[in-house]
Unconditional design. Structure first.
Length: 19
């Protein structure tokens, strides 16, 4: 269940992954 690609990337990376 993936609402958005950006959200999925953030979820996989966590919090200290994208930012």
């Amino acid at each position: 269940m993936i609402p958005s690609p950006s959200f999925a990337v953030k979820d996989i990376s966590g919090v200290d992954g994208k930012e």
